[in-house]
Design a protein. Structure first.
Length: 294
């Protein structure tokens, strides 16, 4: 049904006497990362991969990271005409990372640096922590707080992506970024740890022409899961905050030698959190009660 509608919109857009119709707004709220009741058979975030195959003039995909960005995205999509807008946002209570005014600005540009969460200004970052999706954003923010606690000299830039199509070149999609704009967010010579909601290959596919693609490392869903706790799901797929910190240590040049003790601590934290879920059937208090400390 989605296929047929997207093709119909594409063709009718080329017929001058056809008036634009209201957009099809597709809200995906049953997420792979929250499987308290459904098992492995229900886990597949691949609908986005299918959607982005359709014509760039028709397709839009949004992954708001919090409540206010969801409101801003929904307002924009409900006002739009002649598109298919896919919005990915879970049913669970959301964080409010941004005020409403900040959310509107962030959604308007589609992707940007969260300066309040970064500590690289005015210098170049040592690493870019990028995220797209509500759960990946939460894990990225928790990873950044761990980096700032245990490796305070490390310069970290946080980049959040709301509009997935911003990652494409402007020659491929109307929302795409130019190369200079993309390189300003993701410096060519710096490692980028990208936490994504769905299958990691899609981010590589959207960015394969970018100058710094060789420095892009994507974490996402990799067909691991069961009926389990929220944090255990991200651990099973190596998207958890501790694994993201380990990725930074592994990929920032020269950091592995000096941060070996931190890497071991992160590996131990993964083991202890997994043991807690197996014993208690819920996530550890340090996960459930975590708050942004800065």
């Amino acid at each position: 049904m989605f296929n047929q509608h997207a093709k119909w919109l594409k063709v009718t857009r080329e017929i001058p006497w056809r008036r634009p119709v209201a957009s099809l707004n597709y809200l995906l709220s049953s997420l792979v990362w929250r499987q308290d009741h459904n098992g492995f058979s229900h886990q597949d975030p691949g609908f986005i991969d299918h959607v982005v195959n359709k014509k760039a003039t028709i397709i839009r995909a949004y992954l708001p990271p919090d409540t206010n960005t969801l409101l801003s995205v929904a307002d924009h999509c409900l006002r739009s005409r002649h598109y298919v807008n896919v919005i990915v946002a879970g049913k669970q209570p959301q964080w409010n990372w941004l005020t409403m005014d900040e959310a509107i600005i962030h959604c308007t540009r589609g992707a940007g640096i969260w300066e309040w969460a970064s500590n690289d200004a005015p210098d170049a970052p040592d690493v870019v922590m990028a995220c797209c999706g509500d759960i990946p954003t939460l894990e990225t923010m928790a990873a950044v707080s761990l980096l700032r606690e245990h490796l305070p000299e490390l310069k970290v830039r946080v980049v959040n992506v709301v509009d997935l199509m911003r990652l494409q070149p402007e020659t491929e999609h109307p929302h795409g970024m130019s190369d200079p704009e993309f390189d300003a967010l993701f410096p060519v010579d710096r490692p980028v740890i990208f936490a994504y909601h769905g299958y990691p290959w899609l981010i590589h596919r959207l960015t394969y022409r970018r100058h710094g693609h060789h420095n892009l490392h994507v974490r996402g869903y990799k067909e691991e899961g069961t009926t389990t706790t929220p944090f255990d799901m991200v651990m099973l797929n190596d998207l958890d905050r501790f694994h993201l910190v380990m990725d930074v240590i592994d990929r920032v040049p020269g950091l592995a030698a000096s941060a070996g003790h931190v890497r071991q601590l992160m590996a131990d934290k993964r083991l202890s959190c997994r043991a807690y879920t197996r014993e208690h059937g819920e996530d550890a208090p340090e996960i459930e009660e975590w708050k942004w400390p800065y």
